[in-house]
Design a protein around this ligand. Sequence first.
Ligand code: C2O
Ligand code: CU
Ligand code: CU
Length: 497
Amino acid sequence: MMNRRKFLYGAAGLGAVGLAATMYQGTGFSEVISGKKLQMPPLLDATQSGRFELQAMAGSTDFTGRGSAPTIGFNQSYLGPTVRVKRGAVSAGISNAINEPVTVHWHGMLIPGEQDGGPHQPIDSGESWSPELTITQPPATIWYHTHIHGRTATQVHAGLAGIMQISDGRDGDRGLPNSYGVDDLTLVLQDRRFDENGQMIYMQNMMDVMHGFTGDTMVINGQVGSVASVPKGIVRLRLLNGSNARIYSLGMSDNREMHLIATDGGYLTAPVVLTQVQLAPGERIEILVDFSSGGDVSLVSGEDPNQGPGGMMGRFQQLRNFFSNSEFTIIPFVVDERIASTHDKIPDALDGRELTMAGAISTTRHLSLDMGMGPGMMMRGMMGGGMSDQMTINGQSFDMNRINIEAKRGAVERWIIRNDTLAHPFHIHGALFQVVKENGQKPRPEHLGWKDTVLVEQETELLVRFDHKASREKPFMYHCHILEHEDAGMMGQFTVS
Ligand code: C2O
Ligand code: CU
Ligand code: CU
């Protein structure tokens, strides 16, 4: 039964910055409406200069109006700028001004292992790293985040992540909205928990340890309770699930259509019409939404299937029955007629690459994602011992000194991923894949494009193509993108030669 809540928000609210925050309890989710206009991350356009700089820095952020929390960001106190780059050589200058090592991994960038910024490339406190990025891939919305083994979840939770756009400057020709923050909105979705003084609460209970951290308050681009204002026309939304563990099932509150134009690897060959779309940690999608009818609506989400009660079948049902239970607001939209609308039509076709894999399948590999739910683990978890080394792939917990897979450059491999209990978002560095089968069936429509991350419910079959080299010293990673699972060992590494 659909239970769509109409977001009641007067047109007068748009200018009502500083409006007293109203708060109501929805479905265990605290929904705060501050009335403030949603801000985009600052745009750092490096398409002309071919260079950009990021500095990891400590800061403080007042998310809730109840007090400032210590946070970390790139070039600012929480999260980082949207870095826009184009094909060719790009010089990145990264420096670390916080008091522990960080890395900067370019999630979704197709580059050799030594540029990848994974766990083997820590930047110590006070040090810097200046990779030359050789960008050859088509346009895509990707992201960057820290990747220190064992500290990724904590550091990303504190704010060390940002959006990156690979652009060719031709979105106008494609008929796509491309005015940053006007009709082309970037939305970084994160869930957090706050105490009465506005401090972030992290890893409080056994559930956080086992399922990964989930919060009860939405934070969009580092802001709580903001409202996005949009022109009365077609608007492009670039969504990143930057949460540590929460899986979103997204839709519009009035069930209006969303036109999927891009997934992790970039544009599709044509828009796909959906009214619901799943977004697991690490995944990106771009959708077009038509606001020409005016009325205020919200982007909403169904409950996270991994957090619900019940065993595997309960979860599986929830993954299938969208909105079968509680839903909550991700972000409300207000149509502002003062913003010029420049697009009133959804393009019929896009220039994304066809899902074809040249070359024969050289190898089939089976990977099993396991949580080691034995009594010993339960005991350690309850005693506060944490889950380190308890999460495995094919029975092995991540080891910096072990290469798990050796792949050949140009090869296409079949990877069959299985899981034990929870659904796990599976990510591969330095390669794109095609989802061939999910749970024995045709993949979900939102999984039809080129991908680098996909939620594995039971069993997922991928065709992966390895085009970029990675050495034993700087290998690529594959892992669960529930960051607490990754830190606890659900990760492996591979070379490409
Ligand atoms: Cu987004 Cu290995 O990570
Ligand atoms: Cu990655
Ligand atoms: Cu996982």
